[in-house]
Design a protein around this ligand. Structure first.
Ligand code: NAP
Length: 474
C-alpha cells in the first residue's frame, strides 16, 4: 500500500476525499498518493491563512528571523532526505539535487538575515511649501495572505524563494506546488512546523493547477500571487487576479554571445554546463549560443568534446548529469521539435529513450524553429554564428523572452555595450545566463515575467508601505 499524504491546514495534517498517484519520472513506480483539493479545502486553507495574519503581524523581526534560522538548521539536518526526495519525485540527478538543497539552505539563511533589515524611512514632509512642522515616516507592513504557486523544476529552492520572504515579512501563505513535486513541499512544511512557525501561517494544498488554481487566483482575501512557471499559465493567472499584487517568474530561451576569449575551451565547458544542467530543465538554461564566426570551429570542437563526457542515466548515480525529463510527454515534445530541424543541422544527439533525451547540439537553426523561439526545457542547444557584435545583440533580442543573457568578451567597451543593449533582467559578463545566486535581483522582462525575486527584492514586493504623518504645528 502506498503512503497517503495529507494537506497541511491550520497546523493540522488533513486527509483528502480524493487522491492521485504520484509516479517517479525515472522509474515510473508509484511513490505516494497525494490528496486533491476541492473548493472547500482551498477555502479552508485561505481562511486559515487569513485568521493567522494578526499573529504573524505581531511577531517581532527577531522572532521571524529565529523561525527562519531554525528552518536553516533543520534543513541542514535533513539534507540527505531532501536530496532523496528530489531524486524520486523529480528525477533530479544526485549532483544537481545536492546543489539545490545547498542553495535552498542559503536562500532561507538570506531570508532570516533579511527579516532583521526590514525598515521604513523618514519622509521629508517639510520639503513641500505646505509641509512645515510635520513629520512623516513609513512602516513596511505585511500584505496579508499570499498565494504561492510553484513549478516542478526547483521544488525546494523556488518554494524557499516564496516562503522565505513571505515569513520574513510576517505574511501568511497558501502554497500550491506543482502536482509532480508535492513531497518536497510536504518536507518543507514539516520543517517549518518543527521550526516553531505559528499554526496556520503556511497552508499546503495539492491538486491540478488547471482545476484548483482559479479558487486561489480569484479569491479576494488573497492580497498577492507569487507565481513561478510557464508563460501560458502566468498570463492566465494575471488575467484572473484582479487588483491583487502579482509577481510572475516565467520562462525563457536564454542566449549567450561568445565574442572573444582567452580560453575557448573553458567557455565551451561552461556553456555545456549551462545547456545540460538538470537536463536543460531550468528557466535560464543556455538554449541559444551565438559564436563569432572566427571562433566557430574551435568552439564547436570543444563543445562536442565536453558534451561527450556527460553521463546519462539513473538520477541516483552520483556521476549522472542527464536523466529523465519530468514526463515522457515532455520528452516526446522535445523530440518532435528537434525532428522539425534539417538532419544536417544536428551535430550531436536528437535521440529519445523513453523520458530521456540525449544531449543535443544543433547548428545554424534560424529563429522560426520551435527549438529556437520557444522554451525547449530539455537538453538541446543551438550554436549559430555572427560577424558583428551588433548582429549578435539583435539575434539575442529577437525573442519574446528576456530573463538573463551571457556575454563572453575581454573588451570592457563591448561588455558595457552588451549590458546596455540586451533586453533582459540580468546580463552575465564572462559567464553563462544560467548563473544565479539567491540574493541577487532575479526576474525577467518581456514574456519572462513581472517583479523580482532574490530575497531582499521579493521582500520589497511583499510589503505595504504605510505612512504615518504627525502634525507638529501648535
Ligand atoms: P507550469 O506548467 O506553468 O506550472 C507551474 C505551476 O502552476 C504548477 O504548480 C501548476 O500546477 C500551476 N498551474 C497550472 N495551471 C494553472 C492555472 N490555470 N492556475 C493556477 N496555477 C496553475 O510550469 P512547470 O512546467 O511546472 O515549470 C516549468 C516552467 O517554469 C518553465 O516555463 C520555466 O521556465 C518556468 N520557471 C521559471 C523560473 C523563473 O524564476 N523565472 C524558475 C523556474 C521555472 P500543476 O503542476 O498541477 O499543473
Amino acid at each position: 500500500m502506498n503512503k497517503r499524504y495529507k494537506f497541511f491546514i491550520n497546523g493540522d495534517w488533513v486527509q483528502g476525499d480524493d487522491y492521485y498517484e504520484l509516479k517517479s519520472p525515472h522509474t515510473n513506480e508509484v511513490i505516494g498518493e497525494i490528496p486533491k483539493a476541492n473548493q472547500e479545502i482551498v477555502k479552508k486553507a485561505i481562511d486559515s491563512a487569513n485568521k493567522t495574519n494578526k499573529t504573524m503581524k505581531n511577531l517581532s523581526a527577531f522572532e521571524r528571523a529565529e523561525i527562519l534560522n531554525n528552518v536553516v538548521k533543520i534543513f541542514k539536518e535533513k539534507k540527505n532526505q531532501c536530496i532523496d526526495i528530489l531524486i524520486r519525485e523529480n528525477a533530479k540527478p544526485f549532483k544537481a539535487a545536492t546543489q539545490e538543497i545547498e542553495r535552498t539552505i542559503e536562500t532561507y539563511q538570506f531570508a532570516a538575515d533579511e527579516a532583521k533589515k526590514i525598515a521604513g524611512e523618514i519622509v521629508p514632509i517639510d520639503a513641500a511649501k505646505n509641509g512645515k512642522n510635520r513629520l512623516g515616516y513609513t512602516k513596511l507592513e505585511p500584505l496579508g495572505v499570499i498565494a504561492a504557486i510553484t513549478p516542478f523544476n526547483f521544488p525546494f529552492n523556488l518554494v524557499a524563494h516564496k516562503l522565505g520572504p513571505a515569513i520574513a515579512t510576517g505574511n501568511t501563505v497558501v502554497l500550491k506546488p506543482a502536482s509532480q513535486t508535492p513531497l518536497s513541499a510536504i518536507m518543507t512544511a514539516e520543517i517549518f512546523e518543527k521550526a516553531g512557525l505559528p499554526k496556520g501561517a503556511i497552508n499546503l494544498i495539492f491538486g491540478s493547477g488547471k482545476d484548483i488554481g482559479k479558487w486561489l487566483t480569484k479569491d479576494e482575501v488573497i492580497k498577492m500571487i507569487t507565481f513561478t512557471g510557464s508563460v501560458e499559465v502566468g498570463e492566465k493567472i494575471k488575467g484572473e487576479s484582479g487588483l491583487k499584487k502579482i509577481a510572475l517568474e516565467l520562462g525563457s530561451n536564454a542566449a549567450v554571445i561568445v565574442e572573444d576569449t582567452e580560453n575557448i575551451n573553458a567557455v565551451a565547458k561552461r556553456c555545456v554546463e549551462g545547456s545540460y544542467g538538470y537536463s536543460g530543465q531550468t528557466c535560464i538554461s543556455v538554449q541559444r549560443i551565438y559564436v563569432k564566426k572566427a571562433l566557430e570551429k574551435e568552439f564547436i570542437k570543444s563543445f562536442k568534446e565536453e558534451t561527450s563526457k556527460l553521463n546519462i542515466g539513473d538520477p541516483n548515480n552520483k556521476e549522472t548529469d542527464i536523466s529523465s525529463l519530468i514526463t515522457e510527454q515532455d520528452a516526446k515534445r522535445v523530440e518532435s521539435w528537434i525532428g522539425k530541424v534539417n538532419k544536417e543541422n544536428i551535430i550531436v544527439g536528437g535521440e529519445r529513450n523513453k523520458s530521456v533525451i540525449n544531449p543535443t547540439i544543433l547548428k545554424n537553426v534560424s529563429n522560426e524553429f520551435e527549438v529556437s523561439c520557444k522554451e525547449v526545457f530539455g537538453p538541446v542547444v543551438i550554436i549559430n554564428t555572427y560577424e558583428t557584435l551588433n548582429e549578435a545583440i539583435d539575434l539575442v533580442n529577437d525573442s519574446n523572452y528576456g530573463l538573463q543573457a551571457g556575454v563572453y568578451t575581454q573588451k570592457i567597451d563591448k561588455a558595457f555595450k552588451c549590458f546596455d543593449e540586451i533586453e533582459v533582467g540580468g546580463v552575465m559578463i564572462n559567464d553563462i545566463p544560467s548563473y544565479r545566486v539567491d540574493q541577487m535581483p532575479y526576474g525577467g522582462v518581456k514574456k519572462s515575467g513581472v517583479g523580482k525575486e532574490g530575497i531582499k527584492y521579493a521582500v520589497e514586493e511583499m510589503v505595504e508601505k504605510k505612512l504615518c504623518l504627525l502634525n507638529l504645528n501648535k
